[in-house]
Design a protein around this ligand. Structure first.
Ligand code: PLP
Length: 375
């Protein structure tokens, strides 16, 4: 089986799974307890936080561990806006975890503005600049699209925001972390959301980077864990194995050329002549390829491919019950193409041979399907 739905989730890296198990079956102590065994666990969790923070060029105290990136982004929208009267800007290409949080604010009366994206699937910078004003309180722009792999110029967008307002800047870094440069200091962001299960860690573990100059109230209150910023006993195994996943994923991605992978894949499909590759080769993480076939159903093609041992996504798994694809619609992709869209996403443990073979199978199965439909 060739698994090409890594933007939905990744296989847990063996070493990370082993580490997690240890903290459930051997060193299972509550890190807040006062006996020595528990403080050792607390110290190991701290060391893990240091490793993860290092990958973001952050300090370990700037991280709050959460149950998922969805919680991280919700925390920003619920607790991370200083000037509650100001306007909020998000883009049309946000993941639902940001988009729905913004819509909820709009429902409560906040002036929420939507930044347009261009045909290449990234935020239109000129349009964005016009949306920001001195009353902007929060901006949230996704770093790398979960639909197309397109990468926004966060440094420029954060720079514009800071030059025109006192707004705080959040970016959803779930599909960019360890895939492209996610140095939060260079990007100039105040908040950054990350999820462990997209990089070989466990599901149910996320983090929110919060710049150390900010002191935001907690979304979840209780026992005061994590310095009171997020109560609840920490997911010890999840957090420590997250650090292991970071190390292993980083190692693998040093030898995996994602640009080459996307190039091979997209090139073959483009050569077939009748597939549309959404978003550009440049300004892309290389880990995601969104392909639209006119006149066939992505869902049907994905089922046929599964029978052939290849697993792909159709648009975003998180919004597979949504009737249409918001990002592709905003890019101006026609409905006939959107219905025939599959999303292929890589991990750095894949071989170029498997990637190339999968492209050949997709072309031949899509061609057969077209033949059936066109008679
Ligand atoms: N943001 C993006 C861009 C994603 O792709 C996903 C997962 O699909 C999420 C947020 C949500 O992450 P989690 O599953 O950790 O809540």
């Amino acid at each position: 089986m060739i698994y090409l739905d890594n933007a939905a989730t990744t296989k847990t890296i063996d070493e990370a799974a082993k580490v997690a198990l240890k903290y459930y079956t051997e060193d299972y102590y509550n890190p807040s307890a006062l006996y020595r065994a528990a403080s050792i666990v607390h110290g190991e969790m701290d060391s893990a936080a240091k490793i993860i923070a290092g990958a973001l060029n952050a300090d370990k105290n700037e991280l709050v561990f959460t149950s998922c990136a969805t919680e991280s982004s919700n925390m920003v929208f619920e607790c991370g806006i200083k000037n509650k009267k100001g306007n909020v800007i998000v883009s049309e290409m946000e993941h639902p975890s940001v988009y729905e949080a913004a819509k909820r604010l709009a429902g409560k009366g906040t002036d929420v503005r939507f930044a347009k994206i261009n045909k290449n699937g990234i935020v239109d910078v000129d349009y964005f600049e016009k949306l920001v004003d001195e009353n902007t309180a929060l901006v949230s722009i996704i770093h790398c699209s979960n639909e197309t792999g397109a990468v926004n110029d966060i440094k420029t967008l954060a720079g514009i925001t800071k030059s025109k307002s006192k707004a705080l800047f959040h970016s959803d870094g779930v599909q960019s972390f360890l895939k492209i440069d996610s140095d939060v200091k260079k990007l100039g962001v105040d908040y950054y959301s990350v999820s462990a299960h997209k990089i070989g860690g466990l599901k149910g573990v996320g983090l929110l980077y919060i710049n150390k100059s900010l002191n935001i109230p907690a979304l979840i209150v209780g026992g005061g864990q994590q310095g009171g910023r997020r109560s609840g006993t920490e997911n010890v195994g999840g957090i420590i194995s997250f650090a292991k996943a970071v190390e292993e994923y980083k190692k693998a991605s040093k030898v995996f050329d994602s640009g080459l992978a996307r190039g091979i894949f997209a090139g073959k499909l483009r050569d077939a002549g009748w597939a549309r590759i959404n978003a550009l080769e440049s300004e892309n993480s290389g880990y995601i390829v969104s392909i639209s076939f006119q006149g066939i159903k992505g869902e049907v093609l994905s089922r046929i491919l599964e029978d052939k041992g290849i697993i792909v996504g159709i648009g975003s798994a998180c919004s597979s019950h949504a009737k249409t694809n918001r990002t592709l619609t905003a890019m101006g992709v026609g409905k006939d193409y959107i219905n025939g869209t599959i999303r292929v996403s890589f991990n750095p443990f894949l071989s170029m041979e498997d990637i190339s073979y999968a492209a050949d199978v997709i072309i031949s199965e899509a061609a057969k399907l077209r033949g059936t439909i066109n008679g």
